[in-house]
Design a protein around this ligand. Sequence first.
Ligand SMILES: Nc1ncnc2c1ncn2[C@@H]1O[C@H](COP(=O)(O)OP(=O)(O)O)[C@@H](O)[C@H]1O
Ligand SMILES: [Mg+2]
Length: 199
Amino acid sequence: MKPIVSEGAEARIYRTELYGRRILVKRREPKRYRIKELDSSIREYRTRREATALARARSSGASVPRLVGVGRYDLYIEEIKGKTLSSALGIGSGATREAGVQLAILHNAGIAHGDFTPANLILSGKRVYVIDFGLSSLTTGSEERALDLLLMKRQLSRAEYSSFIRAYRSNAAEGNETLARLREVEERGRYQKRTLSNI
Ligand SMILES: Nc1ncnc2c1ncn2[C@@H]1O[C@H](COP(=O)(O)OP(=O)(O)O)[C@@H](O)[C@H]1O
Ligand SMILES: [Mg+2]
């Protein structure tokens, strides 16, 4: 298969053609450090989970790439033309706001992303697309939702996070509950740090 677009921690992304359409293949490659049987079931499970979450996200109106097909360890997906928020120099407040709206749509549909970071968000024109759903969960509570927020809080500047969270809060059905949980999670983190530094 054709040129590699990206070689991530988890998967390799290739460019190919299907029925004359240019698309991407996301292939989860074997990891040698895992026991073979366990490795193939993890790759298979994450591939299926990503496909299911992508389909649910799309039907909920979130901006995600179209899913074209699924193999055992492969996803065939639409290529989004744009730049990841992690590679964009100085993320504009329009993009962070849009990221907040997208996360609210996902949470409202019962999807927690599991790895909601700027590297998994693609800015395309004015839209922000969410990718990389391999760690998502569909039976979610406020803890999983709060962890999605925490990842963004850690990676965005104060100003960026503030426009992100404002948009999230005004679009998320259970925003107040999730933000309360976020404070709890952060408090737990601070407590553990204090305790550990006293040992
Ligand atoms: N649908 C897509 N359109 C455009 N670029 C993509 C798409 N899917 C993945 N990529 C690119 O490939 C990279 C890795 O893909 P990702 O799904 O995040 O896999 P990984 O699990 O390895 O992080 C992304 O950060 C992005 O640059
Ligand atoms: Mg990724």
